[in-house]
Design a protein around this ligand. Structure first.
Ligand SMILES: [Zn+2]
Ligand SMILES: [Zn+2]
Length: 143
C-alpha cells in the first residue's frame, strides 16, 4: 500500500469525490422532501424542522406568485397568430388584421385565498397549486 498516486489517479479520486458529494446533496433533498411531507401530515414533531418547513412554505408561495405573474404577463403580451403584431389579453380582435384574438378573456379569473398558505388561487380548484392543501372540503389543516 502506497500513499503515492499518479496524476490520473488523483484526478479520478477527486472526480468520484465530487460525484459522491452531489449524490449526497440529492439524498439530503429527498430526505428533506419526505420530512416536509411528514410534517405537513403532522406525523413528525420537531420545533426546528417546523421552523424550516414554514420557511419552505414562504419560498413555495413566492415561487407560485412569481410564476403566476410571469404567466399573466405572457398572456397579456401574446402575439397575433395571423400577422404577429402584439395583442393584449383584453383585445377581442387584432388591431392590425382584424383576426380574433385566441387569448381573449372575458372575465378576470376569480380567486380565493388558500387557508393553509394564504396564496391566492383560482376559484374552483380542489387542491392548492402552491402548497397542495385541499381547498374547502375538510378543515383538518386548521386543527
Ligand atoms: Zn393580426
Ligand atoms: Zn396553499
Amino acid at each position: 500500500m502506497t500513499n503515492v498516486l499518479t496524476q490520473q489517479e488523483m484526478k479520478d479520486l477527486s472526480n468520484s469525490l465530487q460525484q459522491k458529494k452531489s449524490q449526497r446533496a440529492t439524498q439530503i433533498i429527498h430526505m428533506g422532501e419526505e420530512a416536509y411531507r411528514l410534517l405537513r401530515f403532522q406525523q413528525l414533531k420537531s420545533t426546528e424542522l417546523e421552523k424550516l418547513a414554514s420557511q419552505i412554505l414562504e419560498t413555495d408561495k413566492t415561487i407560485y406568485e412569481t410564476n403566476k405573474k410571469l404567466y399573466r404577463a405572457k398572456m397579456n403580451s401574446s402575439e397575433c397568430p395571423s400577422c404577429h403584431s402584439s395583442l393584449s389579453q383584453d383585445a377581442k380582435f387584432c388591431g392590425s388584421c382584424g383576426q380574433p384574438n385566441p387569448h381573449y378573456k372575458i372575465d378576470e379569473v376569480e380567486e380565493v385565498e388558500c387557508t393553509y398558505c394564504h396564496a391566492y388561487i383560482e376559484k374552483g380548484t380542489q387542491y392548492c397549486p402552491c402548497c397542495g392543501s385541499q381547498i374547502g372540503g375538510t378543515t383538518d389543516n386548521e386543527l
